[in-house]
Design a protein around this ligand. Structure first.
Ligand code: GLU
Length: 303
């Protein structure tokens, strides 16, 4: 782990009201950065034009302030950074590392078997080698990044050494969608690099995205951040919390628990930082924070 104070970030997608799982991520990344004198930046990942909403983003910012988790510097909005993504996509295209993909979702579902371990679809490279000829220019296409048959290894700050074969477990992935929207993998790498992020704290559901992102970092010649993934909060059925679990979303919780310190204390208890769920301000957790206390297995949350 770097000894310089980290520059960390929270990068929510404003597609609904924050739920307890998002707040858990925000709290852990804030504590990890601030307990070592670092900075904590906010980036709104509003790339998906169909699902992102400005009012959700504004609400989310209000929720973070209410919880006592202030961010440093200007908020970065991904929807305003298309020109920057275009620049880096062009760089990858000039390196001959991308290709147009004409497959529809249905084509992909029909031809590829779900990944044996987690049900994801690994794209088989059907369109590899295709070029944009006259005719194809009138057909919508996604732009994919060609990944090598190579193992990417990295040291996760919480889950330890990781090794993933890109071709086998991830496949060629999308940089720009067929509707023109920028894909998460490209935007996250470009933004983390240009924002000078040195520490990425996020849920372990993104553990497998990390080698894909590291490969992009290496290809574009950016310095790599340190990654720390945290366990997920799950409901009583063992399912990851999501925006549909209304009883755990912040509009409901703010109504029910007028005091944000109750929510922070509950999350700190789940994270192993407090012995019991007692109200506390995030600042008062700083001297108590230690990644060693945080469990590795997913945590059942019910309020
Ligand atoms: N925007 C992503 C999400 O809300 C997080 C991405 C990241 O932290 O890298 O799940």
């Amino acid at each position: 782990m770097t000894s310089l104070p980290p520059i960390s970030r929270f990068a929510p997608s404003p597609t609904g009201r924050m739920h307890l799982g998002n707040v858990f991520c925000a709290l852990l990344s804030w504590l990890s950065a601030k307990s070592r004198g670092g900075a904590w930046r906010l980036r709104i990942e509003d790339l998906d034009p169909d699902r992102s909403r400005r009012d959700f983003a504004l609400q989310l910012m209000d929720d973070l302030q209410w919880l006592g988790l202030p961010w440093d510097g200007e908020v970065v909005w991904q929807s305003q950074r298309g020109d920057i993504y275009e620049h880096y996509l062009k760089q990858l295209q000039d390196m001959g590392l991308t290709y147009p993909c004409f497959c529809t979702r249905a084509d992909i579902m029909a031809t590829q078997a779900p990944h044996e371990t987690d049900g994801r679809i690994v794209y088989a490279g059907t369109c590899r080698g295709k070029k944009l000829d006259e005719m194809a220019q009138n057909t919508p296409y996604a732009t994919r990044f060609m990944v090598p048959d190579e193992v990417i290894a990295f040291q996760d700050g919480h889950y330890g050494p990781q090794q993933v074969n890109l071709a086998k477990h991830c496949g060629d992935y999308i940089l720009r969608r067929r509707d023109g929207a920028w894909a998460y993998q490209l935007a996250v790498v470009v933004d983390d690099a240009l924002m000078g992020i040195t520490e990425v704290v996020r849920g372990r559901d993104l553990l497998l995205s990390t080698p894909q992102q590291l490969h992009l970092y290496r290809t574009l010649g950016f310095p790599e951040p340190h990654y720390i993934h945290h366990p997920l909060l799950v409901n009583e059925n063992g399912q990851r919390l999501c925006k549909r679990d209304k009883s755990l979303d912040l509009s409901y919780l703010r109504e029910k628990h007028k005091n944000p310190d109750e929510i922070v204390g509950f999350l700190a208890f789940l994270a192993g930082i407090l012995p019991a769920s007692t109200p506390i301000n995030p600042k008062d957790l700083l001297p108590l924070f230690d990644w060693q206390k945080v469990p590795k297995t997913d945590i059942t949350a019910s309020l």
